[in-house]
Structures are given as C-alpha cells and as structure tokens.
Design a protein around this ligand. Structure first.
Ligand SMILES: Cc1ncc(COP(=O)(O)O)c(C=O)c1O
Ligand SMILES: Nc1c(O)cccc1C(=O)C[C@H](N)C(=O)O
Length: 406
C-alpha cells in the first residue's frame, strides 16, 4: 500500500504484526531513531542481563560463572542464535572478536587454500579493504580493487581468488545476489567472504541455500548487541575443517583446558575463536538476540523496505538524488540521499530528535530498523526532514561547523 498520509501510516501500524516488538525497547521520549544500522538501541532484556551478569554472576558467583552461568559456551550459544537468523546451521557460527579481526582470520585461512589475488570493491566499507591491504602486504599477494558497479562475472574474470563483499552495501543498501555471486565464484575456483554487517537482523538471509560458505558480521547494528559488541564468523562445517587461521589462540583449540603444548584447531568454526570472550558484552548480545526468537525474517525485510519506501516517496518532493534502490525495489534497511550540505542537515535533524547519520562526502543516511520503528515514526521523520530542507534551518553555524565524528 502506498502511504499518502499519516492516517495511512497509522493504519499500517495498527495491522503490523511486528509492532509489539517495540515494547522490547526503551527508546528515549521524543526521539525517532534512524541509526540502528550503525548502533542498535538496547533491548530492555539486554540491560537487565548486563546488570545480572555484572552484579550476580561476576559479582557474587565469581569465577564459578564460567560454568554456572554458561559463560564458556556463550560464543557458541550466541552463534547458534545468529545462525538461525542468517540461514546457517547452528553449529557453523561463532561469536568472537570484531568484524575487522574476523576478516583477517578468514581471509588469511582462505588465501592459504586458494593462493592468488585478494579482492574487494572500491566503495566497500573501508575496513574490509584495509584488512585485505594489510594481508596482501604480509603475504606478498596481489590485491585487486574492483569497480563496485561490476557484477560477479567481471569480478572473477579479473582473477580474484578470495573476494570480500557486503551482502547489503553500507552506503546504498543494495542487496547482493549471493547465489549468483557464489555460482560465479564456484566456476572460477574462488571463494567469497560475505560481510553481513548491514544485513544480519534486517534481511531474510539463507546462506546455506545460496551456497555461501564464509561470512562475518557485526553484533552491534541490527542485532542490538551494544557498542563494540563482538562480531561473528560463519564457516560451513565441511569447508571450515580445511581452514587454518593464523590467530591460533587457545580458545580456538580443540581442547583448550588440556593446556596442551601444541595447537590443534577446534571442530569446524570453533577454530576461529582466539582469546577469552568479552563476557559482559557477549551476555548483552545473547539477551538482545532473544528479541528475534520466532520472528519471520521475511516480514522484517519487507517492513524495512516499506519503511524506506515511505521515506523515499516523501523525499521525492525535495528533488534529492538517492543512491539507494528505488521505491518498490529490494533494499536493505537504510536509504542514502545526496546533498552537498548533508552534514548540517543531519545535525539539524538530530537537534529535533530525528537521529540519522552522515557519510562523507555528501550522503545523508537514514536507517529503518523494523523491530522498533513504526510507519508513523517514519512519516513523522519525513515531516521533520521536509521542514529542515525547505526552511533551510540547517544553514546555521551550530549545524554547519563540523564537530562530530559520527
Ligand atoms: C560493512 C561493515 N563491515 C565492517 C564494519 C566494522 O566492523 P568492526 O568495527 O567490528 O571491525 C562495519 C561497521 O563498522 C561495516 O559497516
Ligand atoms: N562501528 C562504529 C563505531 O565504532 C563508531 C561509529 C560508527 C560505527 C559504525 O558502525 C559505522 C558503520 N559500520 C557504517 O556503516 O558507517
């Protein structure tokens, strides 16, 4: 249904099966939060768990909590919950480290099995390219920077051996056709590491069905695991057994508590663990993931697209160029609009309680996380956006002067 008025948006809210999920979140009064694609807000249960883990488990049960509170299993427990969201076997995902570190581990291990060129797309989230640059230096491997508008045929024709690619692009929110990319990689004898940072928890992924064997992703965006929440690694069991990752820390050992003299990799994806897990953070992520229990991810993806469509439709009046897939097209959870003074506009919106973000040089990015945003919220945010743009209230010294890094 096309939303032409706030009444239409309210009608959609009233019929929205995902609307009750909003109750899991305690968002500040007067704020419309359009930045859950960068840092998800805390679910109430996650804050409760943080308190419980700190005060009861750490504070009272002390070191016994590694066993009694299940701390030692958290990388696997959280991994299994993420696996169900991304269409993977529950044993094939582990939570550990950051996305950057996980890319290093996975790309290094894959490069050993598939010697050749490392590749990434020109406009990819910077850390993906930075890590491959570091690995290329370390191993004297060729590095290919692909045109981000090129498709899989072009990518592998150029000789890519290990490619990293986002499933949802951090600027445009374009969704990659994972199966098509995997098919071409298969023909070329190459492998792909999927960066699911902007995809997990907002689109309906089915990694197994699409033939994806390796992926990494963030815990702090749509999964709402909190600032600096640990990331995850997916490696399909059969493929994982062939991999030796270089950060062979004791937590990835087959029998960590044997304290053996030599390293032996753990089963499957477990070998991607390295050191002691950050339990406070991981407990928060574990509780936050429960908000997704029994949610139909295709409904989440459809709502994210519908919310983005409302915003794009309203923005059409302002004659701004969008770099995101258009109305009705498949898209991840955000839309990005171009405007030379976008930084100031985003600051003016934040001052009015509508929190989006800005990506240099000129992109205003607005995220529509379906678990806690309603159709009316997006309608109201579009109202504020229209007012800021048409009144040019962004053109004020307090907004124009660059102060914030985020
Ligand atoms: C696509 C993508 N990859 C990686 C990252 C960074 O991950 P980390 O800071 O966990 O290394 C982000 C966001 O920060 C991202 O958007
Ligand atoms: N990870 C971040 C951080 O530590 C500070 C500020 C922002 C972030 C982000 O997540 C940026 C985000 N990945 C992006 O898509 O721009």
């Amino acid at each position: 249904m096309t939303v032409h008025s706030r009444k239409d948006a309210e009608a959609l809210d009233a019929a929205d099966p995902l609307a009750p999920l909003r109750e899991h979140f305690d968002l500040p009064e007067g704020v419309i939060y359009l930045d859950g694609n960068s840092l998800g807000p805390p679910p109430r249960s996650a804050l409760k768990r943080l308190h419980e883990t700190a005060h009861n488990h750490w504070g009272k049960d002390l070191i016994k909590s590694w066993n009694t509170a299940g701390w030692i299993d958290l990388p696997k427990t959280c991994g299994a919950k993420i696996a169900t969201l991304v269409g993977a076997d529950p044993n094939d995902v582990i939570v550990c480290d950051s996305v950057s570190v996980n890319i290093f581990k996975l790309a290094s291990a894959l490069l050993k099995l598939h010697p050749g060129a490392l590749a990434y797309e020109q406009d990819e989230f910077p850390t993906d390219g930075y890590i491959l640059q570091g690995l290329a230096n370390l191993t004297n491997s060729p590095l290919i920077k692909l045109n981000h508008q090129g498709g899989p045929v072009e990518a592998f024709a150029g000789g890519a051996s290990v490619l990293i690619k986002s499933a949802v692009h951090y600027k445009t929110a374009a969704i990659a056709d994972i199966a098509a990319w995997e098919a071409e990689a298969g023909k070329a004898g190459a492998v792909i590491i999927w960066d699911l940072s902007h995809a997990a928890g907002v689109i309906n992924l089915d990694l197994e069905a699409a033939g994806a064997r390796f992926a990494v992703g963030c815990g702090y965006k749509y999964l709402n695991g909190g600032p600096g929440a640990p990331a995850f690694v997916y490696a399909q069991r059969k493929a994982a057994e062939k991999l030796n990752q270089p950060l062979s820390g004791w937590m990835g050992h087959a029998h960590a508590f044997d304290f053996a003299g030599d390293y032996a990799p753990g089963e499957g994806v477990k070998r991607f663990a390295c050191g002691t897990p950050p339990i406070l953070s991981m407990s928060v992520l574990d509780a936050a993931l429960d908000v997704f229990a029994d949610i139909d991810m295709s409904a989440v993806e459809a709502k994210a697209k519908a919310l983005g469509d409302i915003f794009l439709l309203r923005a059409q009046k302002l004659s701004l160029e969008s770099v995101s897939p258009g109305i009705g097209e498949s898209r991840g959870g955000h839309v990005s609009l171009k405007f030379k003074d976008g930084y100031a506009v985003v600051q003016a919106l934040i001052a009015r309680g509508v929190i989006g973000d800005f990506r240099t040089p000129d992109l205003m990015r607005f995220g529509f996380a379906p678990l806690y945003l309603g159709y009316s919220d997006v309608w109201d945010a579009a109202d504020a956006f229209e007012q800021v743009m048409t009144s040019e209230s962004w053109n004020a010294p307090e907004f124009i002067t660059r102060k914030a890094v985020i």
